[in-house]
Design a protein around this ligand. Structure first.
Ligand code: HEC
Ligand code: HEC
Ligand code: HEC
Ligand code: HEC
Length: 193
């Protein structure tokens, strides 16, 4: 085909045909995107690049993988906001990780994670702060809204005091709760800074 034809008004196909084709392509694209998002939301997907990192074992050893409910919380349940827009935004950021994966020397090694843990942890926390820990609240809202009898008085008191404050003065969950799934490193363990 002569490429110039692409820029000429179409004589062969009516505008309606073109619109119909456009709609079909759009709908098909939507479903492909949904499927991709679904496939990229499993621990296996995350662990394709992080396969030599101890991250999954850490979750399994924490309260989020080893609890009475027998529930293993998935990576994306904590790390990716479920609101469609945030979800997509984070996916786009993760897709930037493809570049990092290809270019960061020794990325997929435990040594790299150990050396860069603090910096990476703080990046993860920055994202969670930006979404006001919405992923945590998806599972734990009741501890704030309707605390169970069994809850420690200190926890109840800290939560009540925090949520009595105006919204812009409140702390978010991860300001007080660090290391709920991986050991949060002390500053001096960061070798990269
Ligand atoms: C294509 C490879 C790849 C995939 C897939 C991947 N990651 Fe990563 N991830 C990286 C790289 C590379 C970094 C380091 C990024 C940097 O510092 O530039 C990283 C860093 C992180 C960080 C710390 C930094 C930050 O921005 O929060 C978290 C948390 C994280 N990944 C979670 C996940 C989760 C959850 C998944 C699955 C939904 C996932 N990753 C899938 C390559 C990947
Ligand atoms: C998919 C649901 C889910 C998500 C998401 C989730 N949690 Fe949990 N969380 C649990 C379960 C289940 C337990 C274990 C409860 C038990 O042992 O009775 C737990 C336990 C806890 C505990 C008490 C144990 C401990 O480690 O001190 C804290 C605190 C906590 N979660 C904070 C968080 C924070 C902060 C986030 C967000 C980064 C989060 N959770 C995300 C389900 C979830
Ligand atoms: C101002 C600090 C602070 C903030 C903000 C905060 N917490 Fe807590 N939380 C605590 C303290 C202190 C405890 C009690 C010590 C402990 O068990 O780790 C606690 C305990 C908990 C527990 C265990 C409750 C139990 O049964 O004993 C969970 C779950 C929890 N918090 C979830 C959350 C979630 C989710 C958020 C965000 C919506 C949040 N917290 C915000 C300080 C805070
Ligand atoms: C219960 C919630 C939760 C689960 C489940 C979880 N993470 Fe995290 N993750 C966090 C939080 C919160 C941080 C920020 C640092 C901290 O508080 O320890 C973090 C930090 C990280 C980091 C930065 C380095 C570090 O260790 O701090 C990476 C990479 C990461 N997570 C990947 C994963 C992967 C991959 C999975 C699944 C195998 C996973 N996370 C499961 C909550 C979670």
């Amino acid at each position: 085909m002569n490429w110039r034809n692409l820029f000429k008004p179409s004589v062969k196909y009516s505008v309606f045909t073109l619109i119909a084709v456009g709609i079909i392509v759009g709908v098909a694209g939507y479903f492909v995107t949904q499927q991709t998002l679904h496939a990229t939301s499993t621990d296996e997907f995350c662990m394709t690049c992080h396969s030599r990192h101890s991250l999954k074992d850490e979750v399994l050893a924490s309260a989020h993988g080893n609890n009475r409910a027998g529930m293993v919380v998935q990576c994306q349940q904590c790390h990716i906001a479920q609101e469609p827009l945030n979800y997509l935004m984070k996916k786009i950021i993760v897709s930037k990780d493809i570049w990092g994966y290809l270019t960061i020397d020794g990325f997929n090694t435990q040594e790299w994670l150990d050396a860069n843990r603090r910096e990476q942890a703080d990046l993860a926390l920055e994202y969670l702060r930006k979404i006001d820990s919405s992923t945590c609240r998806n599972c734990h809202n009741h501890v704030i809204e309707n605390p169970p009898e069994s809850m420690k008085p200190i926890a109840r008191r800290m939560h009540e005091r925090n949520y009595a404050k105006p919204e812009d003065e409140r702390k978010t969950c991860v300001d007080c709760h660090r290391g709920v799934a991986h050991p949060y490193p002390k500053a001096h363990q960061s070798a990269s800074k």
